[in-house]
Write a protein that binds this ligand. Sequence first.
Ligand code: HSE
Length: 307
Amino acid sequence: MKEIKIFTPATVANISCGFDILGLCLDNVGDEMILRKVSTRGIKITNITGQDLPFDINKNVAGVSALALLENIDENVGFEIEIHKNIKPGSGIGSSAASSAGVVFAMNELLGKPFSSLELISFAMQGEKLASGTAHADNVAPALLGGFTLIRSYEPLDVLKINSPEDLYATVIHPQIELKTSDARSVLKEQVSLTNMVKQMGNLGGLISGLYTSDYQLIGRSLHDEIIEPTRSVLIPKFNQVKKAVITKGALGAGISGSGPSIFALCKGEESAQKVGKAMAEVYHKTLIDFEIHVSKINQKGIKIIQ
Ligand code: HSE
């Protein structure tokens, strides 16, 4: 195989109680990438559509992730990369992760799959480091593995795929404003109180348990963030109103998607997820901010090969 075309999905990181460790994969929103294997060693970005992003491989998250993988192979091969972006950078739904995870997935396919998923996650984390200053894996892991993922440990890297119930849907509102992850991280406090740690651990355990037992009410009760959300939510217009509206309309729970500005809700069933999307839209119609709504089943596969 010399060429591959892939769909690389958007993702929701943190999922309220799992800052930097939990993520889920969306189904119908994402980018496309085309990769070609060539006989000259090196990485070249040949085409970018949809967004104004650098072609310099050291300044582009896909370039940096691709280089991280290339350093680990001895073969005399190189890759040409085309990036077709649908996910806006600074959206909170894993734009940089889609490019970083997509490029290493596609290279691995073209090379005959020499690398494990864990190795691909660690290469893609280099792209995240370029984008946000921190090599977090909570977007690249669900993009590569699909479903819900948990980073049990960063050092050494230990990533688990978590069960998710059949009828679980995510609804996301993406306000068309840019919030850089690096900025959203810079407002966070370094210290956490013991009281908040206890609450957050209880919710994290509850969420994981609810995902395994398909206990939707438990999932809902566990979707709280005592640590990050109070600090970051002030950066997101109408955050509290959106959250209140979606809970009233039957969402199991809601929170900031990744580092924002997108807001996610989890719902039981598509009908409920659509209703929640309308409730989000009603709040934002009263503002002057454009927005997009995504209603998605949890994507269990992650990145998909188109051809
Ligand atoms: N865990 C990261 C953060 C996700 O919240 O900064 C960024 O999408």
